[in-house]
Every structure is written in C-alpha cells, then in structure tokens.
Write a protein of this length. Structure first.
Lengths: 348, 328
C-alpha cells in the first residue's frame, strides 16, 4: 500500500475531506438568500419594514434595482433569488386592511428557498410598525417560474448537468490512462504533437458526444416531466457545450494524475459526489459556510446548474448569465492548461 | 566536437532510478547510414538508453547529441526527424491499418497530397494491401510489425529507433523486416535497434553488448567474434552428462552449453582465477582443446574434441560473464 501513494491518499484523505465538506455543506437551513429590494415609497415606515425583514438572517439585501422590471430581470438572470417590492402607495395601503402593503417575488427554481422566504414574509411580526391589527397577510408572496411549486421543475433541469457531469468526467479521465496502458502514449509522445493539441484533441470529440446526451436528457425532461423550456434552445446548447468541455477538462486533469484506469475511475467518482451535493442541485448552498461556498464555486456543475435553471425555467438569456459562463470558461482554460503542463512529453 | 557523420554521440550517459543504476556511464558514437544494434538481456539498460537518446526520459548525467541536436533540450525539434517503434505494438488497435496511417500522417502534419503519396508508397513497400481495412488489433504479429514500421517511416525520418521490434514475430517476418531495414539505410537513414536475438544482432553494421547498464563489448559483429578472448571448444560425445561431470573441475571453463549431443565450451586462455585479465590471451590456440582432451581421457570418456569459430552468442556469453564476474 505504501508503494501506491495515490490510493493511500484516497483511502485516508478523501473520506476525511468528504466528511468535513459535506458535514458543513449539506444544510437545509436557508440563510443569506440574495435579495433585491425596490422601495418606491421611501418613507420611514417602508425603511423600517425592509430593516425588519433583513433582520432575520434568511435574507441578505444585495441589490437595489430601480423598478419592478429591473427586479424581475435580476431574478431571471439568477443574480438574486428574491425580490421585495414596496409600491409607491405603501402608506395608503398600510391603513387599507384589504390590500397587501408589499410584494415578495421568489424564484421558485431553487430547492428550499421558497418555503423559507414565504415563512418570513407571512410571519405576523408584532414589531412591524403600524401593521399589527390587520386581518390579512400584509405581504403578498409570488412564486415565480414555478407557481405550482413542482419539485420536477427545480430538479429535472439541473439533473441534465448532473448526468452530463457523471459521464463526461469519466470519458476523459480514462482516455489518457487507457492510451498509456495500451502503449499508444509512448508513440504519441515521440511525435511532434504538442501537449495542448493532444488535450484539445481528446476533448473535442467528446463535446459532440455530450451534446447528443444533452438532447436525450432534455427531450426526456420535456416529454416525461413536462418541464417548460422558456429560454432559447440554442443558447442552452451553447452553455451545455461549455460545461461539457469544462468537465472533460477536469477529466483530463484526473487522467494526468492517475496511473491506472481504476484509479482514474475512482478519482472521477470522488469529484462527482461534491458536485452533486454542493452545486445547489439538491441543497440550497446559501446556508453553508463561506469556505464550502467557495469550494462549490470551483465545481463546474455549480455554474451550469445556474445556467440550466436560468435558461430553461426562467427564460434568461446567456448575456444575462455571463457570470456563470465566465466562471466556466475560466475553469476550462485553467483545467486544460493544468492538464497540458502536467502531461509533459516524457515518460519519467 | 560534433562530427557531422555521426548520427548519435553520447558521453558518460547515466540514468538512475532511485538507487538502481539502469545505465551506467555509457559512451556512444554511431555513424550515419548504418544499422547499429544494442544486444543485451532484459534489464540490461537497452530500452532506457534508447529512451534517453530520443528524449523520452532525462539522463541523470552525461551529454547526448542526436542528429546534431542536443538532447533532451532540443527533443521537440528531433521528433520530426526521428521515427520510433516501441517494444509493444502501440498503434490504435481499434482503428484499421489505413486509419492508423492516415492518423500518423496527420500527427506529423504531412501535407495532404504528400501524405496520400507516402501512404500509397508504404502500402506497396510493406505489403499492407491485404489487411488495409481490418482493425489493427486483429492483425498477426508480422502484419502489425509491418504496419508499425510503415507508420514510423511515413515522415521519412533520418533516424529510426527500434526497441526490440521483433519480439512478437515469426522468423520469416523477421527476415522480411530486416530486408526493409537495409532498404531504409540504403536511402540514407540511420537505424538503432535493440534486440536479444543473436541472428538479428549479427546483421547490424555495429554492435554494443549491454550488461547491467554497461557496454561490455562493442564493434562490428565479425570483429567481436574474431577478438573474443575466449577459446571455443566443441565436444561431441555419446554421454554429454558424463562430459559435463568430467569438465566440472576445469578452472578455465567459463561456460558450457549443450546442443543435442554436442557440448559447446568457452575456455579462458590460461588457467587462473575467474577474474583473469583477458588481455593476456596470447596463449596457443590448441591449449583449450588439449586441456579438454586430457581431462576426458583421464575420465575414460570417448569424445571428439575440436576447436570451433566463435559465434556472436559466444561473444555475448563471454562479455556478460566477465562483466558479471567482476566484483562490485
């Protein structure tokens, strides 16, 4: 065992790392949900209401768009998950018991967020100035993009990413190791082909494979689970191609680390579990500690889940999703570079 | 001091793997346009040396110039001028022969028309037509080898490095293979081949015998056979086992191999301890024969004893024996 340091490391280090990451990371407590606020009233009472809602740790106000349109656009692009709208006639509504004083718009595509925010919004808080004696809920809650609150709408689009991640990483993780085992690599190294060319050559054909797989999964999502595709399909494919390339590049890095196909498979699976648990696919990652959130940022799936929910469910355009796209691109470039430098054209 | 007529020059070439010294202080000067052989058993350092020469592994110390290029610094430039055939068949087994050739041509970025022309020439030269569209994995050993050689020479390399190219090939294919190698040298290529087959080694223009990481003998095969410091004695007897027993006490005996009813003995030129210097080998040629005759007569064994010419195998056995006997 001491002769195989990678396996030793995997036996000892990986469970430890996983316990720490997952123990802290998997969390159903929703906290620090990114929220935008539009306060068209601008009165003392409206500011008091905003401060009051913000006092619960569930919501963090991170943006102050100018109007409701901008607020909705930010939700669609995934920059915020919740919007708080206080209309200009807030003061009049305060004394009119039949009308809600404000509106909370929740992005229904994320698991866990909707119930937590709904609870905050509809809590009969005594502290809410001048609102105590009202009969109806004071804040109207709207669940956007998933009004029926179906789990399928939250899970199935993101599942496309999970499934692609599963297959793609293993494809390339094995690719180089297999060629090394079969002796092809010794021959390739002796040719003028450059490391980067070799890496890109390994990557491109599998992108096509991944896009075929995307089609299969997407058709199933639409036909079987009745998931609406609100955004543009070609933009979805563009995002998918980038994600596929990024996961393939991750596989290539693994391929330069592993010395046998078995090791490559194992390493591949070890990257898969954090991707599933921490990407926001199954659990809201707003609740987890900072360090775990940073870790999740490294995973391509985190960004692709964002893109998938944005384009498929919220009908967002890629332009508005430039942030996750940029992060995926950075990941792709770094991973290919790392794989190419780690793969020096020598045998020792 | 790089001579232009040398394809490979190396001085003090050494490679350690941990505490093991795989190649120990080797000097090489291999002329252009020749077939040069590395003869040695497994683990003698042949593959390691070849891999250092082409930049696949870094030497621990020593200098190398291949085709005038300093290795491993200029390894990338060398790649275009060198062809390499590995011990194992290392083309893609799930591609057809034709696809493998096309792929290699594109790897070497041969221009399309030139590539088609080279591939057509290779198909004719190495008789690939009959299995051109079969997956390479289903080919026989000889066919695979023809394909591998065709692939390694598509880009017309000036130097061809062959690492035990004929280990998985029948004798006829081996003969054909060597014909192809001579044709390549006639075209100006230099070939470095490693082998553990004597008949192959004998075909080389020049030869280095490797043992435990050292070059224990080098020269042309005929020169090596001529200069062998040991005497070769052949003994033919009805009971070879008895002869073995009788010769056991012979202090000059270095090796005894049985070939049917014949025994093939290698004798040091003069009686003495096993480490006797080979330099003092000017003893009379009949010495060994006389010694053996005397011993056998003493034991009452009837046998024909005669002096024989050294074969390359004798050279090999002699070289590895004396090297192995030197105290470490």
């Amino acid at each position: 065992m001491s002769r195989d340091r990678l396996t030793l490391g995997m036996i000892v280090g990986i469970p430890l790392m996983q316990m720490i990451i997952f123990g802290f990371g998997i969390n159903n407590d929703v906290r620090h949900v990114r929220t935008g606020v539009v306060d068209l009233a601008g009165t003392q009472a409206s500011r008091a209401l905003i401060a009051d809602i913000g006092a619960s740790q569930v919501i963090d106000f991170v943006a102050r768009p100018r109007g409701v349109e901008a607020l909705r656009a930010m939700i669609a692009s995934g920059k915020i998950q919740v919007g708080l709208y206080i209309p200009p006639d807030f003061e009049r509504r305060r004394i009119d018991a039949t009308r809600p004083v404000a509106q909370v718009i929740i992005d229904g595509t994320h698991p866990g967020v909707e119930p937590a925010v709904r609870a905050i919004a509809s809590a009969p808080l005594a502290a809410r100035s001048g609102l105590q004696r009202r009969a109806r809920p004071t804040i109207e809650v709207l669940t956007e993009f998933n009004p029926e609150r179906r789990t399928a709408v939250q899970v199935v689009p993101a599942l496309i990413g999970v499934i692609l991640n599963m297959t793609m990483v293993i494809f390339t993780a094995i690719a180089l190791v297999r060629e090394r085992e079969r002796g092809n690599l010794e021959l390739l190294i002796m040719t003028p082909v450059r490391s980067v060319e070799l890496m890109i050559g390994k990557l491109l054909p599998y992108v096509a494979v991944g896009l075929i797989q995307t089609t299969i999964v997407l058709l199933t999502a639409v036909l079987l689970f009745d998931v609406p595709v609100n955004g543009s399909v070609w933009q979805l494919y563009l995002g998918a191609a980038l994600f596929i390339a990024a996961t393939l590049a991750l596989g290539l890095v693994i391929s330069t680390l592993a010395s046998t196909q078995f090791q490559a498979m194992q390493l591949g699976f070890f990257t898969l579990l954090p991707s599933i648990l921490l990407s926001g696919f199954a659990f809201p990652f707003e609740g987890s500690p900072r360090i775990v959130q940073y870790f999740a940022q490294v995973l391509p799936l985190t960004h692709f889940v964002e893109i998938l929910r944005g384009v498929i469910v919220r009908g967002a355009t890629l332009a508005s999703l430039w942030q996750p796209l940029a992060k995926l691109s950075v990941f792709l470039v770094l991973a290919v570079t790392l794989a190419a430098t780690r793969f020096h054209k020598r045998l020792d | 001091m790089s001579a232009p007529d040398l394809a490979i020059e190396a001085q003090g070439l050494t490679r350690r793997f941990g505490s093991v010294v795989a190649v120990d202080d080797i000097d090489l000067s291999i002329p252009r346009g020749r077939i040069y052989g590395f003869l040695g058993p497994n683990g003698s350092g042949k593959s390691t040396t070849i891999r250092m020469l082409c930049g696949l592994i870094k030497p621990s110390s020593g200098t190398i110039r291949v085709l005038g290029l300093e290795m491993p610094r200029q390894a990338e430039i060398l790649r275009r001028r060198v062809g390499y055939m590995t011990q194992r068949f290392s083309l893609w087994e799930d591609l057809s022969a034709r696809e493998n050739l096309a792929f290699m041509a594109s790897i070497y970025t041969l221009e399309a028309r030139h590539a088609a022309q080279r591939i057509a020439a290779a198909i004719a030269e190495y008789r690939l037509q009959e299995f051109l569209d079969r997956p390479a994995g289903t080919l026989s050993g000889g066919q695979k080898q023809r394909l591998a050689l065709a692939a390694a020479t598509l880009h017309e390399p000036q130097l061809l490095l062959l690492d035990e190219p004929t280990s998985a090939v029948d004798p006829q294919s081996r003969r054909d293979f060597w014909e192809s190698l001579f044709a390549l040298t006639a075209g100006g290529a230099t070939i470095l081949v490693s082998t553990h087959y004597m008949d192959e080694a004998e075909r080389c223009h020049g030869l280095a015998i490797l043992h435990l990481g050292h070059i224990v003998a080098s020269g042309t095969p005929s020169q090596l056979m001529q200069d062998l410091p040991l005497q070769v004695v052949e003994i033919e007897a009805a009971d070879p086992t008895a002869v073995r027993a009788a010769l056991r006490g012979l202090a000059t005996l270095r090796s005894l191999a049985q070939l049917g009813l014949r025994l093939h003995a290698l004798l040091a030129p003069q009686a003495g301890p096993a480490g006797a210097s080979a330099g003092a080998s000017a003893g009379a040629p009949g010495d060994g024969v006389a010694q053996v005759r005397a011993l056998l007569a003493q034991a009452g064994i009837v046998a024909t004893v005669s002096k024989a010419a050294a074969s390359l195998e004798d050279v090999f056995v002699g070289a590895t024996l004396s090297a192995g006997a030197t105290p470490h």
